[in-house]
Design a binder for this molecule. Structure first.
Ligand SMILES: Nc1ncnc2c1ncn2[C@@H]1O[C@H](COP(=O)(O)OP(=O)(O)OP(=O)(O)O)[C@@H](O)[C@H]1O
Ligand SMILES: [Mg+2]
Length: 300
């Protein structure tokens, strides 16, 4: 380990007496597509603004590429591309002209514009004025701007906010392609669980300013409460048997639902050995929705 592109220690932000972000220890591995998930007001944008040096932490430290952001701000931020809130453009300029502005600021070669437009699939709209763009196209242009200049880290704050399903899908596919095309680490925030599930390999869950979970998507899913579904007979005897072993069993019609962390194979063998006829036994992992609810007490 130790290969964290983003690492924060005790990161805290207070607005007067209100603590928007509390004691955050983010660890985002190199090459990760990290989903930063939390309901409205959880503290995502506040965290992101600190990571981008736009606001100062009240307490704690931020290391990007192992360097202290407070000490090497300019040097670090050159390697970071970002999209925060709705990007603003010169509507009367074309896509190409808007990126030309970014190109000049960053002093990049001309070819960077076409490269970026190609990645976000806006190449054929290069000479079209931005005022004719859909919201989804504007978001893609914002991402093009964020990734110009071979950024090693991209930070995107709710890039699909406000888009229709088709737009969301386009952005999702684009983001999924980024680590490979760019060889970059990507942090993307969202309040939509399903979206993070489809995009991220690492997840951080923030709620009321606190990090409730951080790890791989797999690890998050494994936290789900397991349930074993059984159809066996004689049913009332099976219920007695399971209750006798101390399991919580509930019954719906001819099915039993057992919430316990036990190996279904072993359970199956046990039931058969006790002479029960088992016609169905399956394991139901808790959905991410359930896990999120368990963690936050809210629906994502
Ligand atoms: N400048 C500010 N002054 C006072 N309070 C603020 C300020 N910025 C954010 N907050 C508060 O901090 C909390 C976290 O806000 P933040 O914008 O980080 O949430 P978020 O997770 O990005 O939510 P959303 O999904 O709505 O974008 C909210 O309660 C918000 O009202
Ligand atoms: Mg926000």
């Amino acid at each position: 380990m130790g290969q964290f592109v983003i690492e924060t220690k005790g990161l805290t932000k207070k607005f007067k007496r209100f603590t928007a972000v509390q004691n955050l220890n983010l660890q985002i591995p190199k090459g990760a597509l990290y989903g930063f998930l939390g309901p409205n007001g959880a503290g995502k944008s506040t965290t992101i603004r600190m990571l981008l040096g736009l606001i100062k932490p009240t307490r704690g430290s931020i290391f990007l590429f192992k360097q202290d952001l407070a000490k090497h701000r300019m040097e670090i931020l050159r390697k970071v591309g970002s999209l925060v809130e709705a990007p603003s453009y010169y509507e009367h300029l074309t896509a190409g002209e808007n990126l030309e502005i970014t190109r000049r600021i960053l002093q990049l070669p001309k070819k960077e514009i076409d490269k970026a437009l190609e990645i976000v699939k806006l190449a054929k709209w290069k000479n079209e004025k931005v005022k004719h763009f859909s919201l989804g196209m504007k978001q893609r242009l914002g991402i093009a701007q964020a990734l110009m200049g071979n950024r090693e880290l991209l930070i995107l704050d709710e890039p699909t906010n406000g888009l229709d399903p088709a737009g969301v899908r386009e952005i999702r596919e684009l983001i999924l392609s980024l680590p490979e095309i760019m060889n970059a680490t990507v942090l993307i925030s969202s309040h939509i669980l399903n979206e993070i599930e489809q995009i991220a390999d690492y997840v951080g869950i923030i709620h009321q300013g606190k990090l409730l979970f951080q790890g791989t998507l797999e690890a998050l899913k494994a936290k789900g409460r397991k349930e074993i579904i059984i159809e066996a007979h004689p049913l009332h005897k099976v219920v007695e048997f399971l209750q006798g072993k101390g399991y919580a069993v509930s019954r719906k019609q001819n099915r039993l639902y057992l919430s316990a962390n036990i190996n279904p194979e072993i359970l199956n063998r046990e039931l058969v050995m006790h002479g029960f006829g088992v016609s169905h036994l399956s394991e139901n992992l808790g959905s991410l929705e359930d896990i999120f609810l368990q963690l936050t007490g809210e629906v994502a």
